[in-house]
Design a protein around this ligand. Structure first.
Ligand code: NAD
Length: 559
């Protein structure tokens, strides 16, 4: 991995964000950015903090440790009317703007389309000229594996509704990749009452998920894992079982034994050919090959992906529900010559798009106090604010019971257009009244309704064929900036890899002031509104209805 990172471990040290209501920076917006950057690199949060890697293959928070130090310095000195510019994890300037402007503007991993190839990107990364920002790594709003838990939970729940009469009790879900995001799968599966069997080639990643409560147990061997999964499926017990093998080996063994899982998916880092571990390799031998012969590594990786997808297609043909989980595995296999790779759908068109049409998407908040009681209070207040949303209440109580915090205490929940700004204003008021111990950071994944163009993921199979139109995420970043978000980011390649997506992020701070209330109202209304407009424009009737309900002006009807 090291040879393809823009960073080395020179200067590495443990980093942990400050807690509490006393700030080092001149504004709470800059202070929040500083703490969230540091929180992304907290050893409890990041997958490989020494190399500044937060999650998602090689998603980094800063380009180098020297760049990290410079960002920290600039944030501490930043005035309330200045904006720091960050280009692929390196601070490149400070400009005079105004109090309502973002304190930080970030662009990560962007390349002009013709040059947006893995080879060109890797060459620049090796020379320290660019950095892979993933989605929330380079935009400083990662909250650990929790960040994706609810999305994964909603996906599995919708799968249950569509295929299993609403429940996964007595069902076996097989998957692979227990990394920063993939590690949410076992918990989301058992929250839906399923048995989850998950493979990861790296035993230490499984151990990490078990230690943080995301994974229940690790089996001693492959057949023992399969046997245990089958007996728990028969007994209808919800449990997650990890096994330290690569994905292909697990799927091959299931096929050889004639075992048919109910659901099969995958979250290995296939978006990045040099992160996905090819068949026949341990983590160590893969690292040696990557360093000594990246070309051969890439060939082996792609060949394994073809076989991996062939097994998934075979399981589908035998009757399992199979879906792609947003890592671009199908496209890799198709490009390598497997014509049937797209025989199974992506998770967004299969399960998530109806939510996007309503402006529903990931809403995450972080307590800068560091005090878990602040999150507990906000959970309770959200349930009171939206009594009609029984799914939200169920989720928040499950999350409160089952999710351990990593780094600064945080919560994820999915909220729609109309809900997000009410939640933001409520939190701001709680800060103003002193009910919360310090300001709150509100942000989201780039995986949202209006913030991403990704034809093999969020925008796969759009009604009007506009899957690859990336005007929408560009508009999203502009809208967040115009509305007064605290920091705004524009990225390329996260989730599915270089050349395959463009996406935007925004983060907004509730510090209890009237100025923050104005910004929160604008940002948390306009951000999901753009998602509704994007889907209405593509011809989704539910989105047009949502736009009408919320009084959004649409100058021209979709064609
Ligand atoms: P990560 O780099 O933190 O973890 C990847 C894990 O996969 C590691 O534990 C690694 O050991 C393991 N792995 C690598 N090759 C393997 C193989 N051949 N077989 C089994 N295990 C293997 O990545 P992450 O943050 O967990 O993300 C995983 C993938 O999911 C990425 O492609 C990411 O873009 C995608 N993703 C999807 C969503 C979504 O909502 N669908 C969200 C975020 C990320």
């Amino acid at each position: 991995m090291v040879s393809i990172l823009s960073s080395s471990s020179v200067g590495a040290r443990p980093v942990r964000a400050a807690r509490g209501s006393v700030r080092t920076c001149k504004t709470w917006q800059a202070e929040a950015a500083l703490r969230m950057l540091m929180n992304n690199l907290d050893p409890e949060v990041a997958e490989d903090p020494n190399h500044l890697v937060v999650y998602g293959g090689r998603g980094q928070a800063a380009r180098s440790w020297a760049a990290f130090d410079a960002i920290v310095r600039e944030l501490v000195a930043l005035e309330s009317d200045q904006t720091l510019l960050v280009q692929s994890g390196k601070p490149v300037g400070v400009l005079r703007t105004h109090d309502d402007a973002p304190r930080v503007l970030i662009a990560n991993s962007n390349l002009v389309p013709h040059w947006a190839t893995d080879e060109h990107f890797d060459d620049l990364a090796r020379r320290g000229l660019i950095m892979f920002g993933q989605m929330t790594a380079g935009s400083w709003i990662y909250i650990g594996t929790q960040g994706i838990v609810q999305g994964t939970y909603e996906t599995f729940a919708e799968c249950a509704r569509q295929h299993f009469r609403g429940s996964l009790r007595g069902r076996l879900l097989v998957t692979a990749g227990a990394g920063g995001m993939g590690g949410a799968q076992p918990l989301a599966a058992t929250m839906n009452e399923a048995v989850c069997l998950i493979a990861d080639v790296d035993a230490s990643r499984l151990e990490r998920r078990r230690a943080s409560g995301y994974l229940d147990e690790i089996a001693a061997g492959l057949d023992a894992a399969i046997d245990r999964a089958l007996s728990e499926r028969a007994a209808g017990v919800a449990v997650s079982i990890g096994v330290a093998v690569d994905a292909l080996t697990l799927l091959q063994r299931l096929l050889d034994r004639g075992v048919l899982p109910d659901i099969v998916t995958d979250q290995t880092p296939a978006h990045d050919i040099l992160s996905y571990v090819p068949a026949g390799h341990s983590v160590e031998s893969a690292a040696r090959l990557r360093d000594s012969d990246a070309k051969s590594y890439a060939e082996q990786s792609l060949d394994t992906m073809v076989q991996h997808v062939q097994k998934l297609v075979e399981l589908k043909r035998r009757g399992a529900v199979v879906f792609d989980y947003g890592n671009n595995l199908r496209a890799r296999a198709e490009q390598r010559g497997f014509a049937e790779a797209f025989e199974f759908p992506g998770f967004v068109p299969a399960y998530i798009r109806p939510q996007f049409c309503l402006g529903r998407g990931p809403f995450r908040f972080v307590a800068l106090s560091g005090d878990v009681r602040d999150i507990e209070l906000m959970d309770r207040e959200l349930i009171r604010l939206f009594p009609e949303d029984t799914g939200l209440a169920r989720w928040l109580s499950l999350a409160g019971e089952r999710i351990q915090h990593q780094g600064l205490p945080a919560r994820i929940c999915w909220l729609g257009l109309g809900q997000r700004q009410r939640a933001g204003l409520l939190f701001n008021d709680l800060v103003r009244r002193g009910a919360l111990r310090a300001p709150i950071v509100i942000g989201r994944d780039h995986l949202d309704c209006g913030s991403v163009a990704s034809p093999y993921r969020e925008t796969e199979g759009m009604l009007d064929g506009t899957d690859a139109v990336s005007d929408w995420p560009l508009l999203n970043a502009l809208v967040a900036t115009a509305s007064g978000a605290s920091w705004v980011s524009l990225h390329h390649g996260g989730g599915v890899g270089i050349g395959y997506s463009q996406h935007a992020g925004q983060v907004i701070v509730a510090d209890g002031t009237p100025e923050a209330a104005g910004r929160l109202l604008r940002v948390l209304t306009n951000d999901p509104a753009l998602g509704v407009l994007r889907h209405a424009d593509a011809g989704y009737a539910e989105a047009s209805a949502a736009a009408a309900q919320h009084g959004l002006a649409i100058p021209m009807a979709p064609r």
